[in-house]
Design a protein around this ligand. Structure first.
Ligand SMILES: [Fe+2]
Length: 448
């Protein structure tokens, strides 16, 4: 595959979009799919309808789905989320005349999450879009008209209460709003939160008692917006803060602590230890300096240990390998945990032609890690941990993700035994096409 220096990386190789929607029936399998895996693996990503977009993050959302049942792979489908851009691809992605965060003009391209009967396609700038379990677009979701602003692509579903906690951010005050969706899917909490500047807040953290916001200095920049592309730049002088809010505090009081300026797209997990909060993240030393929109640094695993009494934060690097797309068991979100999974991935331009090649399993209790290698020419994306029904151990389950094979120019859904790092896949579902490198996905059980 030839690589051009003039075409941006996100339009080349397996970052390039696919041109159409297809459906494929019973799929060839190498190995065997665990018989308990009855459900669907859906993964979202940016796949510009016109074939072009100004930035990797600005393409139209496309879901690639595989349906597994009783050891078979019954179908693969890919479908665009049918937002207004599907009918009118010429519509401006960022409309500077009308910066409307409550808009339905979402690219819906970042994550796909199941909660309380809804499958939501999420993009942090606008309201979610709902799809069916057959990947048909149902329409925008405003939670019965109660959501009038943006909604993060990384809500957190509390494994204890079943609530979906979220936030929205805006480039007009209030810059940040906390949102709580009840276990039955109603938007029942909203707290406006004061931060100094409009920043790009991609993700956040929950624990059993608290929420931790990351106010990091990737700041809305009108000059960059006017030039096209992602309208943000790294502004070190803005400083960086972690904001701890108690989940049961109706007033939304937040305790802010200064940290070294940096950027984080994705935490791994967070949890309480008494008056302390542990936050593990994939930390970049900076992001989009001078509004470049380029990935020129790598993220590594760091731990922030917040003392909620003194406000002090200790910042410790836990590993020096580049990682992204960290995941933990859904049942451990916000709780003390032992295992995290992340792709060893360097998004910097030097290696953007490939997506990297390894999956790491961190043992946070013992400070160790183990590796799955996918072999030359095989590039994994995010892997999702799926807990075995009635699991007794935290890592009793499977890891599911798409792996692109550069030689054959096609992808497979790979199923790994999460408790046996380094082992061969339990199953590879051979897909009829390549799945472009994308963002985040979920396993959605039939029995839910
Ligand atoms: Fe993300």
């Amino acid at each position: 595959m030839t690589v051009s220096n003039t075409i941006p990386f996100h339009l080349q190789g397996n970052y390039a979009p696919v041109e159409d929607e297809i459906s494929s029936g019973e799929l060839e399998i190498r190995g065997s799919i665990p018989s308990e895996l009855n459900g669907r693996y859906f993964r979202n990503g940016a796949n510009p309808i016109t074939g072009e977009s100004a930035h990797w993050f600005l393409g139209d959302g496309m879901i690639h789905g595989v349906r597994l049942r009783e050891g078979k792979a019954e179908w693969y489908r890919n479908r665009w989320v049918k937002t207004p851009f599907y009918e009118d691809p010429a519509k401006p992605v960022i409309d500077l005349e009308n910066l409307d965060f409550s808009s339905e003009n979402s690219k819906a391209n970042t994550h796909v999450v199941y909660h309380a009967g809804r499958i939501l396609c999420l993009e942090e700038g606008h309201v979610p879009w709902e799809i069916s379990d057959e990947l048909e677009t149902l329409g925008p979701c405003s939670f019965d008209g109660r959501l009038d602003g943006s909604f993060t692509a990384h809500p957190k579903i509390c494994p204890t209460t079943g609530e979906m906690l979220a936030f929205g951010y805006s480039w007009q005050p209030p810059y940040l709003t906390f949102l709580g969706i009840s276990e039955v899917g109603e938007l029942v909490q909203r707290r406006d939160i004061d931060i100094p500047a409009p920043v790009m807040m991609h993700d956040f953290n929950i624990t059993a008692k608290r929420v931790v916001f990351m106010d990091l200095p990737v700041v809305f920049d009108l000059d960059v917006a006017l030039a096209g592309g992602m309208p943000f730049s790294f502004q070190r002088d803005n400083g960086a803060r972690l904001g701890v809010m108690n989940r049961d505090n109706e007033n939304g009081d937040v305790q802010w602590s200064e940290i070294d300026p940096c950027y984080v797209f994705h935490p791994l997990n967070s949890y309480d230890i008494g008056d302390r909060v542990i936050v593990d993240v994939a930390r970049y030393p900076s992001m989009w300096e001078a509004g470049s929109g380029q990935f020129t640094t790598t993220a590594e695993l760091w731990r922030w240990d917040i003392d909620t009494v003194s406000g002090d934060v200790s910042e410790t690097q836990l590993d020096d390998r580049p990682i992204e797309f960290g995941r933990v068991a859904d049942s451990r979100v916000g709780l003390q945990y032992k295992f995290g999974y992340a792709v060893s991935l360097d998004l910097s331009e030097k290696t953007a032609k490939s997506n990297g090649g390894r999956l790491l399993k961190y043992n946070l209790e013992e400070g160790q890690s183990e590796i799955w290698e996918f072999g030359d020419g095989n590039d994994p994306g995010e892997f999702v941990f799926v807990e075995r029904p009635n699991a007794e151990a935290e890592d009793d389950g499977w890891l599911l993700g798409y792996v692109y094979n550069r030689i054959e120019d096609r992808s497979a859904l790979v199923v790994l035994d999460a408790s046996s790092p380094g082992g061969d896949p339990l199953a590879e579902v051979l897909l009829p096409r390549r799945v472009p490198f994308g963002f985040h996905g979920s396993w959605i059980w039939d029995d839910r």
